[in-house]
Design a protein around this ligand. Structure first.
Ligand code: ADP
Ligand code: MG
Length: 714
């Protein structure tokens, strides 16, 4: 059996309740293997056994639940077309209107205005108004009933019938009205949650100008072939990932990195889709298009972030499952004890919103969407939750704490060999290694104009060095691990104490020399670590394959612990040890050679992930630009998000408890109960939208520039 996956677009799936209804309905189909809903893009992703069921049958089941479906196109070359969203102004107006109405109703009820008009209107007019106004709700309730399901609308309809039974016509009609208002509020809430994502996808260019036989053709981005040349004019978004083959421009890469400071590009530069070209036109060779571009991947990962649900959300979903039965129970009890149909109706009406289930996802979505625009890709609410309670922060050294661009600073030949002979041997042995140290050796040889001999065999020893066969000898270059016995000369110790990495060069097993390489600390690291400590991250540790003295030289001024001489698998082991001790581990790496350790950590953060597929896939959080200050930023964001989630949950729980209690004791007229329903939605919406506005250190601090010392300047 070969499983297939289908993406089905579902219109009208806008709250967590609807989503779980659909999930349950589809999962009950024989042949459906896995199903998850993506609220942010109104999608259901189903993995199924094609021998037993097909996508059309799955769509029919979803339609049977009262939603409109369409199959997502299999080959989506464009990462999401722009869709209109509710503007903030509309939303504010809507909130105000709802507030005013609520006030009017409470006042009207209090002054007895409604009773006064009731008598003037014949009963059939009331009935018609109720049926017409409530039609979409009643239709849903009947459908659900046919499928033997009870929804929040079912309870509200029972409440409505209770009001009608005692002749409360006005109340019943207003209840219908407020049920619809609450539905719209909910839909707005869901729409707002999707807004950040939609703002992101709106940056995707839709068309490209391709050069074909010397002529420019305007085509949709989906039609650009890999290898074709596209023309980009000033003020346009670059439609593909690729290399500049002609021209010069400044490019604003904010769409990917969140950094608006433009970068200069010219022939040979890499450029990214969705970034904005200024001051100059470009010809770009398309290397990747559509969903394969970095931007396309980011959009996909962000829109799938919902599937990585936080633990609190799982819990809330579980509780929400018991919620309707609980409300029905309270209603029944109220009726039995008080014999008051109005109090019973109020109970059924007051506590039936989706707000509780939405409290977590709406905050998570707002946070993740806003972060994506700042160059911070977070793959799910789960990771925000874990970041907020992290105990241990592990840092990889090379390429993470340092720039990962070492230079050779010292060359010590032993015995009769000259400096150039030693470098020639080492550079030839390193010819095929992708390690940054190898590049340092090669570039030193290049600068000195050395001619390298042919290499006949090459082997990389991970975390140690390289071994190669050249000019009839076996040459090894690498750390102390490559030596059969420990070597500690005074100059070696002095170089290591200065934070340099030593490369030992062996020819046929004999030590012929020593190279020292120095890497530069990333300038923002000290400030970033300071901010992390201020956020309460206590245990910070440097992990490196380098030796202990070098590690200490780097770790000591940063005031962090270190573990040295580690092989790549040792790093995974250290992550596991912390986890076994019950700690939540966050690891920061460059995502390339430490990908397994990043994946093992609860939260793996990859630096500079733009353009590096491995990093983007392996990490749970990817920083789209090389800015260490994004690390404390994501920690701070995680905490803010969890505070907002806690606030949302507390608010909905308090509201529902208070509402139920007041209603059960007859203090809440049904109309007010129905009107108040929209409040928790508006509450969590307002609270969560705080996350759309990023908080950040002032600009000059964020750049990590040294502060001028004025005291010493006279
Ligand atoms: P890190 O943990 O700092 O990222 P690695 O695990 O990549 O370091 O490598 C650990 C050590 O192995 C390096 O400090 C270096 O001494 C040695 N090494 C690894 N690859 C090479 C190479 N290609 N040439 C020389 N030395 C190497
Ligand atoms: Mg490394």
């Amino acid at each position: 059996m070969k499983a297939q996956t289908a993406e089905i677009n579902v219109r009208g799936m806008d709250c967590a309740n609807c989503a779980s209804t659909i999930e349950r309905a589809v999962a009950s189909l024989p042949g459906a293997l896995a199903v998850h809903t993506v609220l942010a893009s109104e999608k259901v992703v189903v993995t199924f056994d094609p021998a037993r069921v097909d996508a059309a049958a799955i769509s029919r089941v979803i339609e049977g639940e009262g939603y409109a479906c369409s199959l997502a196109p299999g080959d989506k070359a464009q990462p999401g077309a722009a869709t209109p969203t509710a503007s903030r102004a509309v939303l504010t107006l809507f909130g105000l209107a709802a507030g005013v109405l609520l006030l009017a109703v409470v006042l009207g009820e209090w002054l007895g205005l409604f009773e006064r008009i009731t008598g003037q209107v014949p009963w059939f007019a009331w009935l018609a108004a109720i049926l017409i106004g409530g039609y979409p709700v009643f239709r849903g309730v009947v459908r659900a009933a046919l499928g033997r399901r009870i929804t929040s609308h079912t309870l509200m309809t029972v409440g409505l019938l209770a009001a009608l039974a005692v002749g409360e016509w006005t109340a019943a009609l207003l209840v219908v009205f407020f049920m619809r208002v609450a539905d719209y509020t909910e839909r707005f809430t869901a729409m707002q949650a999707r807004r950040a994502l939609r703002d992101l996808t709106a940056m995707a260019p839709q068309t490209a100008r391709v050069l074909r036989e010397g002529l420019e053709h305007e085509v949709s981005v989906a039609e650009v072939g890999v290898g074709e040349i596209v023309v980009v004019r000033p003020g346009e978004r670059i439609p593909v990932d690729g290399e500049v083959v002609w021209g010069q421009a400044t490019v604003n890469q904010a769409a990917i990195t969140g950094e608006a400071m433009p970068v200069e590009v010219e022939g040979g530069s890499q450029v990214f889709a969705a970034t904005l070209a200024h001051l100059g036109s470009l010809r770009v060779r398309a290397d990747r298009i559509g969903e394969d571009t970095t931007f396309g991947r980011v959009v996909r990962l962000v829109s799938e972030a919902e599937t990585n649900r936080a633990e609190v959300q799982r819990l809330a979903d579980k509780v929400a499952g018991y919620y309707l039965p609980a409300v029905s129970g309270v209603a029944l009890l109220t009726f039995i004890l008080s014999r008051d149909p109005l109090a019973t109706a109020a109970v059924l009406l007051v506590a039936c919103s989706c707000a509780f289930a939405m409290a977590t996802p709406i905050a998570m979505l707002a946070s993740i969407g806003a972060a994506a625009k700042r160059g911070l890709l977070i793959k799910g609410g789960k990771y925000l939750e874990l970041l907020a309670k992290a105990d241990v922060l592990l840092l990889d050294k090379t390429g993470t704490v340092t720039l990962g661009r070492p230079r050779i600073t010292d060359v010590y030949p032993f015995g009769s060999a000259t400096t150039d002979e030693l470098l020639t041997l080492a550079a030839a042995a390193e010819r095929d290694s992708e390690h940054p140290l190898a590049e340092a050796v090669r570039s030193e040889a290049r600068v000195r104009g050395l001619v390298l001999p042919e290499v006949t065999r090459f082997e990389a020893v991970p975390g140690q060095g390289v071994r190669a066969e050249l000019a009839g000898a076996v040459v090894a270059v690498g750390s102390r691990r490559m030596l059969s016995e420990a070597l500690n000369t005074p100059e070696a110790e002095a170089l290591e104490a200065a934070g340099k990495t030593l490369l030992f060069v062996l020819k046929d097993g004999e030590l012929v020399g020593l190279l020292a390489a120095a890497d530069t600390l990333r300038p923002e690291v000290p400030r970033a670590l300071e901010q992390l400590r201020a956020l309460g991250v206590r245990h910070i540790e440097l992990l490196t394959g380098d030796n202990a003295r070098t590690a200490a030289a780097i770790a000591a001024p940063l005031n962090i612990g270190y573990q040295a001489d580690l092989l790549p698998e040792d790093k995974i082991g250290i992550v596991r040890q912390h986890q076994a001790a019950g700690r939540t581990v966050v690891m920061v790496g460059d995502g390339v050679n430490d990908a397994p350790a990043l994946a093992q950590a609860e939260v793996g953060i990859a630096m500079g992930a733009a353009g590096t597929d491995v990093a983007l896939e392996a990490a749970h959080v990817a920083l789209m630009r090389d800015d260490w200050l994004l690390v404390p930023e994501v920690f701070a964001l995680a905490r803010r998000t969890m505070r907002v989630v806690a606030g949302n949950l507390a608010f909905t729980i308090a509201f529902n408890t208070a509402g139920l209690t007041l209603a059960a004791f007859g203090f809440l007229p049904p109309v007010v109960a129905a009107a108040a329903q929209a409040l928790p939605d508006l509450g969590i919406l307002g609270n969560s939208s705080r996350l759309l506005r990023p908080k950040r250190a002032p600009r000059h601090e964020a750049r990590g520039e040294p502060q001028p010392h004025l005291e010493g300047s006279q």
